[in-house]
Write a new protein. Structure first.
Length: 413
């Protein structure tokens, strides 16, 4: 960072800190102060110290016009609102691929709380450099802003737009009604992600904030990975491959194509989210193209028996009885609460779905074991240190999707 920008950042941070102190003093006197204003100060000062390079011109103008701390916070907020398109207006700088999406920060602006804001300018710069070397830039920069389906974002999210319309037809109105992996699962966020550290040096700050970044990366990339098949389906409809590196103009073109093909988009959403629907505490696999429904209960998992059943189904190319026999073995192995499949269902389709069910159950068992190890202190909650910048991997190709449906496996990209 050049000297002039560093001076502007220091001036701006001091201005916001003074504004916060004034509000606290007013509140101590019994004057009415909105708690929302403190939240805005925290969020947008966090954006400033994460990404000062994006606000050089704004800070120069703010200082020349002698803006107040409140006005500066509001100015940063206005810039963000246009990027995140929170009111779904289709702004010129919107980062959304669909109006129903939410913009997810891979790394929250409030990571580390007020840790960086409380440091001196020199120490803040050192901490930021260390963290960027490990995790890349954060804040409102393209590589940190992911247009994400609400189904994979936050359990409390109300589903909107085309996503909401598609899933409402299946009886789902909130993301919490889906067993999808959510990008936000950590609790309490106030401690594990946005907690402030009382330190005086940049190195100390970076060391304590690194686990907060690692946890977000782990959860965010898990949600991204799981939603890739749906993203790939939208790529085919839009004729473009989604990436955080897309320009606002490219995103606008993609957004317009998707909105012009609502039925195709809704069909894709239904196909790739219906396996995650919860009904009566169970996830229902209802995305079969021939209208069947397989309800996966929570019984004991016998992988060998289920696998043998799948093999029988795959080999049963002629008689409905053979298919039924194979399905019975699969049901016993998976602990299925109910299995309803037409006699003429394609064996490959059935095998693909049941293989997916086995994989889902196994992954949940592994996750459960992992949580138990964390609670017992046997392993770190954060896992091994991560040193690479998060990247969106290329979605599965049509061939890989077919292979996944046929075998339950796919080749990682």
């Amino acid at each position: 960072m050049d000297k002039e920008l560093a001076q502007l950042e220091e001036w701006a941070v001091n201005l916001i800190n003074d504004y916060e102190s004034t509000l606290k003093a007013s509140k101590a006197k019994g004057e009415r102060v909105s708690q929302t204003e403190f939240k805005r100060i925290g969020r947008f000062s966090g954006e400033l110290v994460a990404n000062p390079e994006a606000y050089g011109e704004l800070l120069d103008m703010a200082r020349s016009k002698n803006l107040t701390g409140k006005e500066l916070v509001q100015s940063i907020r206005s810039i963000e609102a246009n990027l995140l398109d929170e009111s779904s207006r289709g702004t010129a700088t919107s980062r959304k691929q669909m109006m129903s999406d939410v913009i997810h920060h891979l790394f929250a602006q409030r990571t580390g709380g007020d840790t960086l804001r409380k440091l001196s300018q020199a120490e803040r710069g050192e901490a930021r450099t260390i963290l960027r070397d490990s995790f890349g830039r954060w804040g409102n920069v393209p590589e940190n802003l992911l247009s994400l389906f609400r189904s994979w974002h936050l359990s409390g999210d109300e589903l909107k737009g085309l996503e909401g319309e598609a899933l409402q037809e299946l009886g789902v109105t909130k993301a919490g009604q889906l067993s999808t992996t959510k990008a936000h699962t950590t609790a309490p966020v106030s401690k594990l992600i946005t907690g402030t550290h009382d330190v005086s040096t940049g190195k100390e700050a970076a060391q304590l904030m690194a686990p907060q970044f690692e946890l977000q990366r782990k959860e965010g990339l898990a949600a991204i990975e799981e939603s890739k098949p749906l993203m790939e389906a939208l790529n085919k409809i839009a004729g473009s491959e989604y990436s955080t590196a897309m320009t606002a103009e490219e995103l606008a073109v993609r957004r317009n194509i998707l909105s012009a093909n609502p039925e195709q988009v809704k069909a894709a959403i239904q196909q790739y989210t219906s396996p995650f629907i919860f009904k009566g505490g169970k996830a229902v696999l209802s995305a079969l193209p021939f209208g069947a429904a397989v309800t996966v209960g929570l019984g004991a998992l016998d992988v060998a028996q289920a696998a043998e059943g799948i093999s029988s189904v795959q080999q049963a190319t002629s008689t409905p009885e053979a298919v039924a026999g194979g399905l019975e073995a699969v049901s016993g192995g998976l602990g299925l609460a109910a299995t309803k499949v037409p006699a003429l269902a394609a064996p490959a389709m059935v095998a693909g779905v049941t293989a997916g069910a086995i994989r889902m159950r196994m992954e949940r068992d592994v996750q459960r074991e992992r949580e138990q190890q964390v609670m017992a202190g046997e392993v770190s909650r954060y896992g091994p240190a991560v040193t690479e910048t998060p990247k969106l991997t290329k979605p599965m190709s049509a061939y890989q999707l077919r292979r996944k449906a046929r075998t339950g496996r796919y080749t990682a990209l």
